[in-house]
Design a protein around this ligand. Structure first.
Ligand code: ATP
Length: 269
């Protein structure tokens, strides 16, 4: 299982899992400055599943990295479960991340020399917590890999590796789970399995999930979609369907292209 069930009937506990206040991220120095995030504010309730979409370069990965404490905003505040991701130094930030945040990457990022079971128990070791192998086995059983505990990542398919990564992200019972294109490297059937597991972590066990994706079908698994363009939130859609998301993305790409063209025209380029 993915932790304790979220109350009777699987309802999520109330509260705010993630809050961003005026988050800005600027890369580079004066002459090659890139404003990747331009004052992003948002609030996500505990037990919600949010997809983040937007054209290439709109700031999706930067948003996730800043929200997960993997990168520091240039300005603004990030609060996870009411506690600020502070600038108290790298060690404090790492501890905060290990205790409260889980991350699933497109390329799985499993350690190739560790077995499936060792990969999943590693976050507990790193956090200095008791390594509960029974619990790790239970989670791996839940993601359908109970018979692969001693295998190395290279002996698994992409979909199976991502399921190990999900088990690894959930073993510490994080307050919030971030996914940066977690289905981006998978075939559609494996992607569906992975999305089903992520949905279950939210709906049944009350985890909070924020997922960047380019895929409208993946986004339709979320409760809501946030749209980014040029580092700003430009839209929100509840109860998304794949068709509605695809349509919105097409419009957004057209708008961004029009604005860039008119910017170039105004600049006389
Ligand atoms: N380390 C970095 N140094 C300089 N610029 C960066 C860095 N990381 C991102 N950027 C720039 O910040 C902007 C936002 O990038 P980001 O990767 O967050 O976008 P994205 O929406 O995730 O894009 P994609 O969909 O293509 O992955 C882009 O213009 C990118 O070139």
């Amino acid at each position: 299982m993915f932790g304790h069930k979220a109350g009777p009937g699987g309802t999520a506990p109330s509260g705010e899992a993630l809050r961003l206040e005026g988050v800005r991220k600027v890369y580079g120095a004066e002459d090659n400055r890139v404003v990747a995030l331009d004052g992003v504010s948002l609030s996500l309730p505990t037990g919600s599943f949010t997809a983040v979409m937007g054209p290439s370069g709109s700031g999706k990965s930067t948003l996730l990295q800043c929200a997960a404490g993997l990168d520091k905003p240039s300005a603004g505040r990030v609060l996870v479960d009411g506690a600020e991701l502070s600038g108290d130094g790298e060690a404090a930030l790492t501890k905060f991340r290990r205790e409260r945040i889980g991350f699933v990457f497109q390329q799985f990022n499993l350690l190739p020399t560790l077995t499936v079971l060792q990969n999943v128990t590693l976050p507990l070791k790193l956090a200095g917590r008791r390594v509960d192998k029974d619990r790790a086995r239970e989670i791996l059983g839940r993601v359908g890999l109970g018979d692969r505990l001693g295998h190395l990542p290279a002996e698994l398919s992409g979909g199976q590796q991502q399921r190990v990564a999900i088990a690894r992200a959930l073993v510490t019972e994080p307050r919030i789970l971030f996914g940066d294109e977690p289905t981006g490297a998978l075939d559609s059937r494996s992607a569906r399995d992975v999305l089903g597991l992520l949905q279950e972590a939210v709906r049944v066990y009350g985890r909070t999930l924020v997922m960047v994706t380019h895929d409208p079908v993946a986004a339709a698994h979320a409760d809501a979609v946030l749209y980014l363009a040029d580092g700003r939130i430009v839209g929100h859609q509840s109860a998304p369907t794949a068709e509605a998301v695809a349509e919105r993305m097409t419009r957004l790409a057209d708008e961004v292209e029009r604005q860039r063209t008119s910017g170039r025209t105004q600049a006389g380029v």
